[in-house]
Design a binder for this molecule. Structure first.
Ligand code: FE
Ligand code: FE
Length: 189
């Protein structure tokens, strides 16, 4: 008798886990909804302060995608019968503030561009982690429409990150060439 009584809270706990997972899911959606909206405000500033043409194009293109991510999240909220609302994401707020600090501390040019790429990649990595987790939650909760939408955004964040890595590599290569030229100049002297 006592053993059976001891088992019933376990069943209750399982229900709580499912409810908690859904709460986590909705909380995570509010968090990334705030973050995507904040990025719609931040990306134009990053565009204005960068000089490399490939970087500017990547930021401009990703701004258009980010606006799409906001809309897609609204579709996710709708698909699970929740109101679309944001909740301040402290992590993204920190990453954005760090990026603003880099811009303040540098002058226009390749070094600032490298700093912008670094902070843009931190943004993408946070988004990749978040969308990956949310997609896993959607799968577990059997929210198929939400899963499909979240995976589409996840794919775009990954592509954006890969492009930023490519641009960073190109910049590093050109800096290496500059370094070799400087050595030659020094040898000539
Ligand atoms: Fe995004
Ligand atoms: Fe992104």
């Amino acid at each position: 008798m006592e053993t059976k009584k001891a088992q019933s809270p376990k069943k209750g706990e399982k229900k709580d886990i499912a409810t908690s997972l859904r709460d986590f899911f909705v909380d995570g959606l509010k968090d990334i909804y705030w973050a995507e909206n904040a990025l719609v405000q931040t990306l134009p500033k990053m565009f204005d302060h960068s000089t490399d043409q490939k970087l500017k194009t990547a930021i401009k293109d990703h701004l258009a995608q980010t606006k799409e991510h906001v809309k897609r999240l609204e579709q996710v909220f709708e698909s699970i019968g929740e109101k679309a609302e944001g909740k301040k994401c402290m992590a993204m707020d920190g990453i954005i503030k760090e990026g603003e600090g880099i811009i303040e501390e540098t002058q226009e040019g390749p070094v600032r561009d490298a700093g912008i790429i670094a902070s843009a990649q931190k943004v993408e990595h946070y988004e990749i982690a978040t969308y990956g987790t949310l997609a896993a939650f959607a799968k577990t909760l059997n929210e198929r429409t939400a899963l499909d939408l979240l995976l589409r955004t996840l794919g775009e964040e990954k592509k954006s990150d890969t492009l930023l890595s490519y641009i960073a590599d190109t910049n590093l290569n050109s800096q290496a060439v500059d370094g070799r030229l400087r050595s030659k100049d020094l040898n000539a002297v």
